[in-house]
Design a protein around this ligand. Structure first.
Ligand code: ATP
Ligand code: MG
Length: 631
């Protein structure tokens, strides 16, 4: 499965297109299966119905843990770097991780969880988070990890959608100089979650927490009651491994479903090849496990390949903006995988923070989450990689399970701001608004995929129709990514951003509709429209246009703004707080009642010279008012 030269890549790519089944069967053979599959692929993109490795039986944790024990049982599997650099970290060898996952799996069983049950995981970035995820997989329970920055309401929505039976959390989390009371947030969430029977609470901050008799148990005490003997559950290749909620542009969270066999094969294949991982290397992915990047490239991909995965609890700017470089130096990191928003924010602190660290262990740099601008790309290349580490700008999505378009480190010639070429098995297609293929090079269009790869989503939890509508109905017969894309003269792909309405704030995906829903929940708000605008550090800032009830003449508009921010914080989380709020008397709407966002976007960007055609607006006068009041 290993690509080492550009010739290898071209050969692999050609085979993967000419005979995808033979190609992926070859890759999948390198894993440990309890029972081989009978058919490599069955699919259609109309229902859609996609099955890989049909009839194959396996357990992903046997591939991530057990099969490494003989050869590299004493090699570090996870290196944990705590938020506070003065606190001692933890290194877990494969043997230790195996042991702890089995114990945690037994704790889950003891608390009534079995195959197919859903478990919500709301944890700090500590080893126990990875252990919890793997423990679920060990016994065939389906994990739904919710990022530890989400609000009670967001957790409740996700728990209810998946009907989770159990929640794994901690008393609190440290993030930079903040302490987040996780358990108390969970308590608020659970008021509206009748499906939850048990809550397992780990001790991290030892902040006082309420422990409800019969429902809440301490993880440490539970672990004392179990042994480390837990045979892995035999899973079908197409049994659900996990649900992960994307930001959801319609407001209601969308539970992307990945299954055991295909996801494992794809995460591992892309990890090993894109980063050109070599045995013994230390891989540092700075994402949170609450996002797909953490699922695929902190937990499953690296562990399936027997790598050492570094898990960092804190933030890049704590205790100062040199923290990443400190970690690279301290742990001799070989592969660093981070996001453009982090790079841009660290750029702002100048080079002193970089220069006093030894970064010579670095071999490969990665970027993910949003388009990386040329300035950030060059800074990363010059000052972090010292022009000797290839940069892989990896384009992919929650729904794709792993990277789809990306350079292979040192193999594919890179080009700043380009995700370059499709990986083997990936068949991109650009289409125009009518779904007609745009052929040739030097063109741009909407990015679709015409053939499945093993890591593609299978459904959205509890609502297959939503999956069909969201991804497979815009252009019949194709998977639609929602992204716009340019294919240049060399056939290189560059992602130009989303064609729908989702914001990317500091690497966090937030649906405009989700923020609008939250604002509208505030008393006195009639309606709102949210758009993004370029923000130096965050990538995109949130600009909200709000129509409020008639207010008394002496009312304090600033106070109302602050109340709205508090509401958004409560409903979604602080990451979704608008950076700017403008009160307006109306919104520019088309006759069919659709808000003309492109106008609001232009005003938010401060570019009002040419607002384009506004004749289809119901009330064009409102545009002048909004322009005049822009903040
Ligand atoms: P939702 O589907 O609810 O809107 P989301 O798409 O915001 O959620 P993710 O699946 O984490 O959440 O993000 C995938 C998106 O991130 C891609 O569709 C693309 O817009 C953007 N993206 C990711 N990596 C890159 C990259 N290397 N270059 C450009 N854009 C990227
Ligand atoms: Mg998306």
């Amino acid at each position: 499965m290993r690509i080492r030269t550009f010739d290898d890549y071209q050969q692999a790519y050609q085979q993967s297109v000419e005979d995808p089944e033979a190609f992926w069967a070859g890759v999948a053979q390198e894993f440990q299966w309890r029972k081989p599959w009978t058919k490599t692929l069955q699919w259609n993109f109309t229902e859609p119905n996609i099955k890989w490795f049909v009839g194959g039986k396996l357990n992903i944790t046997e591939n991530c843990l057990d099969r490494h024990l003989a050869e590299r049982g004493d090699q570090p599997a996870i290196i944990w770097e705590p938020n506070d650099p003065h606190e001692a970290g933890v290194t877990l060898t494969y043997r230790m991780l195996h042991d702890q996952v089995c114990r945690m799996a037994n704790v889950l069983k003891r608390n009534g969880v079995g195959k197919g049950d859903r478990v919500c995981v709301y944890m700090p970035m500590v080893p126990e988070l990875a252990i919890a995820v793997l423990a679920c997989a060990r016994i065939g329970a389906i994990h739904s990890v919710v990022f530890g920055g989400f609000s009670a309401q967001s957790i409740a929505d996700r728990i209810n959608d998946a009907q989770c039976r159990l929640v794994i959390t901690a008393d609190g989390a440290y993030r930079g100089n903040k302490e987040i009371p996780l358990k108390s947030v969970v308590d608020d969430a659970l008021i509206g979650c009748p499906s939850v029977e048990k809550v397992i609470v780990m001790t991290r901050t030892r902040t006082p927490v309420a422990m409800l008799k019969g429902r809440d148990v301490w993880m440490e005490q539970e672990l004392k009651q179990v042994t480390a003997d837990c045979p892995a559950e035999e899973m079908d290749a197409e049994d659900v491994l996990f649900i992960l909620y994307t930001s959801g542009s319609t407001g209601k969270p969308k539970g992307v479903v990945h299954t055991c066999g295909g996801y494992m094969v794809y995460a591992a294949y892309t990890f090993e090849n894109v980063f050109q991982y070599e045995p013994g290397q230390v891989h540092f992915c700075t994402a949170d496990i609450g996002w797909i990047t953490g699922h695929s490239y902190i937990v499953y991909g690296p562990l399936a390949c027997g790598a050492t995965s570094l898990l960092f609890e804190g933030v890049p700017t704590y205790p100062d903006a040199g923290r990443f470089w400190d970690i690279v130096d301290k742990h001799q990191v070989n592969i660093l995988y981070t996001a453009p928003t982090a790079i841009r924010s660290l750029m702002g602190f100048g080079l002193d923070k970089v220069e006093n660290h030894d970064l010579s262990s670095l071999k490969v740099l990665g970027s993910v989450g949003e388009p990386i601008n040329a300035e950030a790309w060059h800074w990363y290349d010059d000052h972090i990689g010292k022009n000797r580490c290839p940069i892989v700008d990896t384009w992919w999505q929650t729904e794709t399970g792993g990277m789809l378009i990306s350079p292979i480190a040192g193999v594919t010639k890179t080009k700043p701001t380009y995700a370059t070429l499709p990986l083997p098995g990936v068949q991109p297609m650009l289409v125009d608004e009518n779904g007609k293929e745009i052929e040739g090079n030097g063109v741009s269009g909407n990015l679709c995929m015409k053939f499945p790869w093993p890591g593609i989503l299978r459904t959205t939890w509890g609502d297959h129709e939503r999956c069909r509508q969201t991804y497979f109905s815009t252009y019949p017969g194709l998977y639609f990514t929602g992204d716009g894309c340019l294919r240049d003269e060399d056939g290189y792909y560059r992602i130009t951003g989303r064609v729908d309405d989702v914001l990317n704030v500091s690497g966090h995906r937030i649906g405009t509709a989700e923020v609008e829903n939250a604002i509208n929940m505030h008393t006195g708000v009639v309606e709102s429209a949210v758009v993004g605008y370029p923000h130096d550090i965050k990538g995109q800032g949130i600009y909200a246009y709000v129509i409020a009830d008639a207010m008394p003449a002496d009312h304090d508009a600033d106070l109302t703004k602050r109340d709205i921010l508090a509401t958004v914080s409560r409903v979604i989380g602080p990451i979704a707080k608008p950076d700017k709020i403008q009160f307006v008397s109306g919104l520019p709407k088309t006759r069919s009642g659709k808000i003309m966002r492109r106008i609001l976007r232009k005003i938010a960007e401060g570019d009002t010279s040419n607002l384009g055609d506004t004749t289809t607006l119901l009330d064009p006068a409102v545009v002048d008012e909004i322009k005049a009041g822009a903040v």
